[in-house]
Write a protein of this length. Structure first.
Length: 337
């Protein structure tokens, strides 16, 4: 996870995001970074990001997967000043393991320490450039076998939505591009701002990166009970221990049936889901209240402040106090308490 930064101030230059569009780029995913990062402005943080879309070649033309050719305002020189570089997905029919020289040359312009992100099949370009060697990564589950064959040196996990490996992040298909961009906003500016951006875009505010890409049964069969009502109830009672047996009883299922159906509907286990929700609630309280850490731990259902510290550090790598110092909501920011 990259080092957390404080809220942008008027005398601080914006974080520059360069989106590298390669031939065969998918229109939908190409627009995700600009849509998400521009939303930070609506969340009350002015001048946080500057997003530019660039080509790998000096003529600045890019053929899309729809047959439309784009002429962009920026060429590969935009990568030299980028703080974050994002490679959206493209038609793999245009991909070869030996990167075209213009693409390799463009990537060589990226400064050391720049945060690099791939969306979906963009991971193939990062892998071909050697940027994923020995690292954990993900891509769309449908091309996982092809990826493994071409890049055995990469620790591929095709089951998750995205992987944050510090200065390099990779995400799975389509909507997970939204997830990883919201994750970047959350890492840079905190959950209150990211939640505002998600609300502006009318998307779920938070899906944890380790959530499964492909959920076998997103909706229960007709006439069958689901776990949605119990999940909603659990969110209103996070201060309680909420053992599996209690959750199953609320859903009027046996524990084994409940656990299986929960996994089918959410892509994760009840215990892991509860920890994710407790950490997320704790982050919100750290940002928006002055409650002491032990009180927040009790509010979100962790037995002790030490337990909260352990889980928060496992999730985002910092202590509660460090997180609060970085992301405490100031007056004038939406959601300030």
């Amino acid at each position: 996870m990259p080092a957390m930064t404080s809220r942008t101030t008027p005398d601080r230059p914006p974080h520059r995001v360069a989106v590298l569009a390669l031939d065969g780029v998918y229109f939908f995913e190409l627009g995700i970074p600009d849509r998400i990062f521009a939303g930070v402005e609506f969340a009350g943080v002015e001048g946080a990001y500057e997003v530019v879309t660039c080509a790998a070649t000096a003529d600045r033309t890019v053929a899309t997967n729809t047959g439309i050719t784009l002429t962009l305002h920026h060429g590969p020189e935009a990568l030299e000043s980028a703080d974050t570089v994002i490679v959206p997905p493209y038609d793999l029919g245009r991909f070869t393991a030996d990167l075209p020289e213009p693409v390799r040359a463009a990537l060589s312009r990226i400064r050391p320490g720049t945060r690099i992100v791939s969306l979906c099949t963009g991971a193939f370009t990062l892998a071909a450039a050697g940027l994923l060697d020995g690292r954990p990564a993900t891509t769309h589950w449908a091309v996982a076998d092809q990826f493994r064959t071409m890049f055995p040196q990469v620790a591929l996990d095709p089951e998750v939505l995205f992987v944050d490996d510090g200065d390099v992040l990779t995400s799975a298909g389509v909507a997970s591009g939204i997830d990883v961009c919201l994750h970047l906003v959350r890492s840079d500016h905190g959950s209150a701002v990211a939640n505002q951006v998600a609300r502006q875009c009318v998307v779920p505010p938070w899906r944890e990166g380790g959530q499964a890409q492909y959920i076998v049964q997103p909706m229960p069969p007709k006439g069958a009970a689901g776990t949605g009502a119990t999940r909603a109830w659990a969110l209103e009672h996070l201060d309680r221990p909420l053992a599996l047996r209690e959750l199953a009883a609320h859903a009027r299922m046996g524990p084994r049936t409940f656990a299986r159906r929960f996994q089918e509907e959410t892509g994760t286990s009840p215990g892991r889901w509860l920890i994710q929700q407790r950490v997320q609630r704790a982050r919100h309280l750290l940002e928006t209240t002055d409650l002491p850490v032990d009180r927040i731990a009790a509010e979100v259902g962790f037995a002790t402040a030490a337990s909260l510290r352990q889980h928060l550090h496992a999730a985002i790598g910092v202590s509660p106090q460090a997180y609060r110092n970085t992301f405490k909501v100031r007056s004038g920011i939406p959601g300030a308490g």
